[in-house]
Write a new protein. Structure first.
Length: 142
């Protein structure tokens, strides 16, 4: 399977002015699942399947004024324990086997020297609303 951090080589960026705000983005391995290829390849047969990574992203911004780093995790990947999903999601996950839930986001952060306590915000890109009731959405600071 893939390593915890996905590394790619890119050409160097031009020098930045010291007054520009920037962020760094790191891809975090958050498991693997198997998907029908027709979801991301065209044309594809109805039976073709591929195991793909479930990625999360660590976004870091350092304040130019204070030097404080703000860390955001975008998505959390697959849960380590699939049995903690609701029954409808467990049934859906069964169609995505083989599934690997290791490393999870916590292990991927640890490989970079971080813990969940070092994360300021978590952003979810989507939820399966049809399986939840009484959801409250908002921005919550740890």
């Amino acid at each position: 399977m893939s390593s915890i951090f996905v590394k790619q080589q890119a050409p160097p960026s031009p020098p930045l002015e010291t007054t520009l705000a920037t962020v760094t983005v790191h891809a975090l391995s958050a498991g693997h699942l198997t998907l029908p290829e027709r979801h991301f390849v065209s044309p594809a047969s109805d039976t073709a399947r591929s195991t793909v990574p479930s990625l999360s992203f660590l976004i870091q911004h350092e304040s130019l004024e204070t030097g404080k780093k703000t860390r955001i995790v975008f998505d959390l990947g697959l849960r380590r324990n699939l049995e903690r999903y609701s029954e409808p999601i467990q049934q859906h996950a069964a169609t995505r086997r083989p599934i690997s839930t290791s490393p999870d986001v916590v292990k991927s952060l640890a490989a970079g020297g971080l813990t969940p306590d070092n994360i300021d915000f978590v952003v979810y890109s989507h939820v399966r609303v049809q399986v939840f009731t009484n959801l409250q959405f908002g921005i919550y600071r740890h």
